[in-house]
Design a protein around this ligand. Structure first.
Ligand SMILES: *[C@@H]1O[C@H](CO)[C@@H](O)[C@H](O)[C@H]1NC(C)=O
Ligand SMILES: *[C@@H]1O[C@H](CO)[C@@H](O)[C@H](O)[C@H]1NC(C)=O
Ligand SMILES: *[C@@H]1O[C@H](CO)[C@@H](O)[C@H](O)[C@H]1NC(C)=O
Ligand SMILES: *[C@@H]1O[C@H](CO)[C@@H](O)[C@H](O)[C@H]1NC(C)=O
Length: 382
């Protein structure tokens, strides 16, 4: 795909989005647009705006969020600053998404609600899960949210100032970025063939959740595929000790192959879903290609490091936080160290071994907004 300068401002891209919306034939035109009255998001740490920290009652180390001051303050994002979903909200002139479990806030839920929680999987959570809020649980939270909201509005229509009405639910955008933790977790006790074998099961559960949302009236689905898992410093430091497991770019081949298989089957699923869900629109966003391009061509895009982390320490060669987590204090080689952040996170793609930096998230968002990495079923069917 053609290159584009990441220096384009969101404002420029916003007008691009507006223009393309009017020029493209209706069947293919599904840009990320301010026309959606509300946005409902489901996922993992890639789009968690504070859900897991609210739900489990913890605060991340202050190095998290050091690059950007949210108002009201948020220490619940697994990043030095803004996430892709934050930049997407900026692009359509919306407030950052409020987490479903955020019980105290000056912000309302009128423009949507974020159910994504760090560590979440598509598969049901178990005792070993980081997040108890698997995809099915997130969908159930949404259904509870919707029925309570509509009841409240029915009892007092003044509440429409603060809560999404039926129209907002029906015409809202439903966004998804989930699956990475299912694959990452499976590799800890399975062979690569077993991981491949698990993918149809994972996607069946995903499909069930989509159908439950469709039954609730959701019609506009915006689905991010999964990124190049094998290029995350955590994966490289654990599974890449045997150098024969690495590709020429330093990423773990098996993990990236699994991510590609997942995406291939997700793509196949999104071709079938519109037939099973009349009157719906699905957009598939190729996050894998955007992130892989960023990692492989990072110096071309102004980044000095693609796999090495900005925050956390574990010593050479990757400086991955497999020994002392980002912002924490611990023992490294017999010495007590505090794993601080690098001086300039904008030169790093990877923040803490698992999550991308704000600079990387900005890059990815600009690519998403270009529209060139998205497909709707009509173009999928070609
Ligand atoms: C991996 O562990 C999970 C439980 O954590 C278990 O359900 C699964 O069967 C295990 N898979 C293999 C291949 O051992
Ligand atoms: C890296 O950039 C080159 C052009 O500069 C492009 O041909 C190539 O596809 C890019 N790599 C990826 C993974 O996109
Ligand atoms: C830990 O100590 C060993 C032996 O002195 C040394 O080779 C290694 O580089 C040290 N690791 C770190 C992260 O400092
Ligand atoms: C940050 O910059 C200071 C001053 O240039 C330098 O002394 C320090 O080692 C740098 N820290 C890191 C983590 O690169």
């Amino acid at each position: 795909m053609a290159m584009e300068s990441p220096s384009h401002t969101l404002v420029t891209l916003l007008s691009f989005v507006a223009i393309s919306h009017t020029l493209l034939p209706l069947a293919c035109s599904f840009p990320f647009s301010p026309n959606f009255p509300a946005v409902f998001n489901f996922g993992d740490s890639n789009s968690d705006t504070g859900e897991l920290s609210s739900g489990l009652g913890f605060r991340l180390q202050p190095t998290y969020g050091q690059t950007y001051s949210f108002k009201p303050p948020s220490s619940g994002r697994f990043c030095d600053g803004r996430l892709i979903v934050d930049f997407l909200m900026e692009a359509i002139g919306r407030p950052y998404m409020r987490p479903y479990l955020d019980s105290v806030s000056t912000q309302s839920y009128r423009r949507g609600c974020n159910f994504a929680a760090g560590g979440s999987t598509i598969q049901k959570a178990n005792a070993a899960s980081i997040s108890p809020f698997g995809f099915g649980a997130q969908v159930s939270q949404f259904i509870t949210f919707k029925s309570k909201v509509l009841q409240l509005i029915q009892d007092d229509e003044n509440l429409e100032k603060y809560l999404p009405s039926e129209y907002y639910f029906k015409n809202g955008l439903y966004m998804f970025d989930i699956g990475q933790n299912d694959l990452a977790g499976a590799f800890f006790n399975s062979t690569v063939d077993q991981v491949f074998g698990l993918i149809p099961t994972i996607l069946n559960i995903f499909q069930d959740g989509i159908k439950r949302l469709y039954a609730e009236g959701a019609r506009n689905f915006w689905i991010h595929n999964t990124g190049p898992l094998g290029c995350l410093a955590q994966v490289v430091s654990i599974f890449g000790r045997d150098k024969s497991k690495l590709d020429e770019f330093g990423c773990v081949s098996d993990h990236n192959e699994a991510a590609k298989h997942f995406n291939l089957q997700l793509h196949g699923l999104l071709k079938q879903l519109p037939q099973q869900c009349p009157d719906s629109r699905f957009t598939y966003v190729d996050i894998f290609s955007i992130k892989y391009d960023l990692i492989l061509n990072h110096s071309h895009y102004g980044f000095d490091h693609s796999i090495m982390v900005c925050c956390g320490t574990g010593g050479p060669p990757l400086n991955y936080n497999n020994q002392v987590n980002c912002g924490s204090t611990g023992k490294l080689n017999g010495t007590i160290v505090t794993a601080g952040a690098c001086n300039d996170s904008s030169k790093y793609v990877n923040w803490d071994g698992v999550h991308y930096t704000e600079a990387a998230n900005r890059f990815v968002t600009l690519r998403i907004l270009s529209g060139r990495y998205s497909e709707t079923p009509s173009s999928l069917n070609l």
